[in-house]
Every structure is written in C-alpha cells, then in structure tokens.
Ligand binder design. Structure first.
Ligand code: FAD
Ligand code: UDP
Length: 381
C-alpha cells in the first residue's frame, strides 16, 4: 500500500516508521524546510543548540513509549527546574514550600504551608475552569501572583474562560520538590529532537521525505492509497465551518558571547549563563512576554556563549503558525463539527496535535501515532 503522510513531526515520522517497517511505502511531505515539526532544534549562529519553536521538555509516564524512542536516542537526564520573576524578584516555581517561605519572608515547614492553604484556599469541590482550579488549591494571593497575569497574556482570555486543565497541569506541592513537571521520566534526547527523528527516518525503509512541500501540491504529485494527515483539521476541510481558534507566539532570540555574560554573573550565579534557570516565567501584566528560556541549562551543552529566547504571545491568523489550540468550551464545540467530517473520511487518518486539535505532548502524539499505525497495518494486512 502507498501512504502519503502530511507532516514530518513526531506524529508523521513515527507513523511512517511503523507503516514502512510493515512493508508499506511511505511518502512524507512537510511545508517547512526541516523535519521534527515544532520539536525542531538546531545550532544557532552562536553555536548554541536551541529549541526553535519554544522549549520542549520531554517527559513521560509510559514505559512503552520510552522503550520505543530509546531505540533511536540516548537520554540526557534533566530535572527541569524553572523560576518565576514578579514583584521585582525571582521566586521558586511551581509553587512549593520554598515559594511559601519567599512569600512570608521567613523559614517554614510543610505543616505551616498546609495551614496557610487550609485558611486561604477557596472551597470549590469540582473546579470548572482555570481560575477555580488554582483558587481551590492555594487561594487568591498566590493565584494572582503567578497565574492570573500570565494566563491573560498567554491566551488573551481570563483563566475563568479556560478549561481547568490549562492551569491545572502545573503541579502545586507543599514539600521542597521544585521540578516543573510531574512525570516519572524526564530527560532530553542526548543529541536533540532533530537527531532523534532523523534516526527514526533512517530506520524507515521505502520512505521518502519531501520538505518545502505543501499538501495541496503533494496530493496530486504523489498518488497514494491512504492519507495520514497531521496538519490542522480545519485547514484540511477548507475551513468550511470557519477557522478554529489558535494562539500564536513570537520568539525573539538574543545571543551572548562569553565576555558579554561575565557582567551578568551576579544575576545568574553561574558562569556562561544569562539567567538563573533554564526558564523564567514573567507573570506580571506590565511585561509583554510570558517567559525567557535559556535552554543551555537543560541541554548541558559545553559552550561559552549562550542564547535566550523571549516568548511573546500573539494573535493567530492564517499567515502565522497555529501553536496552541485554545482550550475553551466554544472551541471544543467548533472542533467537534470537523471531527465528525474526519470520522466520515475512510481514506484519511487524522493524528497529532493539529489534526485532533488537542494540546498533546510529544510522548502522547508518539503513542497516538503508534496506535493508529497498528490499526492501519491490521486493516491493510
Ligand atoms: P507538529 O510538530 O506540529 O508537526 C506537524 C507538521 O505538519 C509541521 O511540521 C507542519 O509544518 C506540517 N504541516 C501542517 N500542515 C501542513 C500542510 N498542509 N502541508 C504540509 N505540511 C504541513 N511537548 C512536550 O512534550 N513537552 C514540551 O515541553 C512541549 N513544549 C511545547 C512548547 C511550545 C511553544 C509548543 C508550540 C509545543 C510544545 N510541545 C511540547 C508540544 C509538541 O510540540 C507537540 O506535542 C509535537 O510537536 C506534536 O507533533 P505533531 O507531529 O503532531 O505536530
Ligand atoms: N501558567 C501560569 N503561570 C505560569 C506558568 C503557567 O499562569 O507561571 C498557566 C498558563 O495559562 C499556561 C498554563 O499554565 O498556559 C500551562 O503552562 P505550561 O508552562 O505548561 O505551558 P506551555 O509550556 O504548554 O506553554
């Protein structure tokens, strides 16, 4: 069987790998000039390995997905730790016992923090949105300090308009565990995501990749029996029910030589770095960006230079990348109409973050692509 696969991100490349190893022929196209989709990483002019489309922290609770990917990469273990910067100082974040001590300005115990929470948390048994989910855990002061402004900037929506899962995915702890993420396995592919996905492609027989190639051009050029589509579902259907809402981002890069970094050492406390952590969030309403990422902290690259990337949330239109589906009830309802059309398409399989309009992580889309490929392999056996 001949498969045409649109999108050379995790979803498309994993699907091609499984299908081609089951004896099928795969043609992959991507309109961008590189593979790996939003997980693409590369060395910039300063020689620093950067994540081109925002920081990508690999993590998973799935041994099956970890085993699958581990055939194509070694891992560089990272405890992803970040900071928040607001009211003129750095804070430990996500909220933990250190954050509480910073708030009250003196040493405290877990019992002290739990007593604070018991006194200040709002009694909301079943939080229905992103405001309620944080208020119900820590109360107004910590919600306003860290979540309200950040979320307004990021989504141009109030937290109470957003699904509880948006802010609810940030852990809140009363001990001193300050890791940003909760999953069991947290590490970066040792040589980056692009190298990992290149290895997957290299292990895919009878597979060709055509970059700078849009689906509109490819659908005629590459005859196929079945299509696997990992692009935006509303675009596939000509936006016949209107465009789904997305949020975009603008990334502003700045590189520093070793000499430029020296005067900043008192800020970072570490030489060769610009800021004290791989990511610093800026929840304040007056700062126009949401975070500054200095990925060298996480990659462990040994290089004197460093690069920081400021992330400015941006309104989306069709000339921009649709980075985030918007998790509101209205958007979910609009997506359902397209999902019904997708369901009726027998010769196309829709997988991945854009085609299912869900803010999935890399491990989740890998799992989705593995499952969809197994189904297709059985169907076309
Ligand atoms: P994509 O990576 O979006 O790949 C789809 C590809 O299809 C793109 O390359 C696109 O150019 C191509 N395409 C689309 N339409 C067409 C068309 N019509 N014709 C040709 N080509 C087309 N995940 C994590 O696990 N951890 C993180 O820390 C993390 N951080 C993130 C930070 C940001 C800022 C963003 C935006 C995402 C983050 N993610 C993170 C999510 C991660 O990027 C996705 O899970 C993953 O990239 C999804 O892979 P995909 O193949 O489904 O989609
Ligand atoms: N968030 C926040 N303050 C922060 C970090 C996150 O309010 O300091 C909220 C915000 O709404 C954000 C969501 O939590 O969109 C999820 O944060 P995460 O860091 O997981 O976002 P991503 O990396 O996916 O952009």
């Amino acid at each position: 069987m001949k498969f045409l696969i649109v999108g050379a991100g995790f979803s498309g490349l994993v699907a091609a790998h499984r299908l081609s190893n089951a004896g099928h022929t795969c043609t992959i196209v991507d309109r961008r000039p590189h593979l790996a989709g939003n997980a693409h990483d590369s060395h910039d002019k300063a020689g620093v390995l950067i994540h081109n489309y925002g920081p990508h922290y690999f993590r998973t609770n799935s041994q099956r997905i970890l085993d699958y990917l581990s055939a194509f990469t070694e891992w560089h273990p990272v405890d992803y730790t970040i900071k928040s910067h607001t009211e003129g100082k750095y804070w430990s974040f996500p909220i933990n016992l250190n954050t509480f001590e910073e708030l009250i300005g003196k040493p405290a115990t877990t019992a002290d923090f739990e007593a604070y929470i018991a006194k200040h948390r709002h009694n909301i048994p079943d939080p229905k949105n992103s405001e309620e989910v944080i208020l119900s855990q820590v109360g107004t002061r910590l919600y306003e300090l860290f979540f309200e402004g950040y979320t307004l900037k990021q989504w141009k929506l109030h937290p109470r308009e957003l699904d509880a899962s948006v802010c609810g995915r940030i852990p809140i702890r009363t001990n001193r565990d300050d890791r940003y993420l909760a999953e069991e396995f947290q590490a970066l592919p040792k040589h980056g995501y692009t190298a990992l996905l290149e290895n997957i492609l290299a292990d895919s027989p009878n597979t060709s990749l055509h970059l700078n190639t849009d689906f509109n051009e490819a659908r005629e050029k590459f005859p196929h029996d079945h299509l696997v589509f990992t692009g935006a579902i509303d675009e596939y259907f000509g936006r016949k029910y209107g465009a789904l809402p997305y949020r975009s981002l603008r990334f502003v890069h700045e590189s520093f030589t070793a000499e430029q970094l020296i005067p900043r050492e008192p800020i970072s406390g570490k030489s060769g770095f610009w800021q004290p952590a791989m990511q610093v969030n800026y929840p304040g309403k007056k700062v126009p960006y949401t975070r500054i990422v200095e990925i060298k902290h996480a990659t462990g690259q040994q290089i004197d230079a460093s690069t920081i990337v400021r992330e400015f949330p941006d309104d989306w239109d069709t000339s921009k990348e649709p980075y985030y589906p918007i998790p509101t009830p209205d958007a979910a309802a609009a997506y359902k109409k397209y999902a019904a059309l997708a369901e009726a398409e027998t010769n196309t399989t829709f997988i991945g973050r854009l085609a299912t309009y869900r803010y999935y992580n890399m491990d989740q889309v890998t799992g989705m692509a593995l499952a969809a490929s197994e189904k297709l392999i059985k169907r076309f056996a």
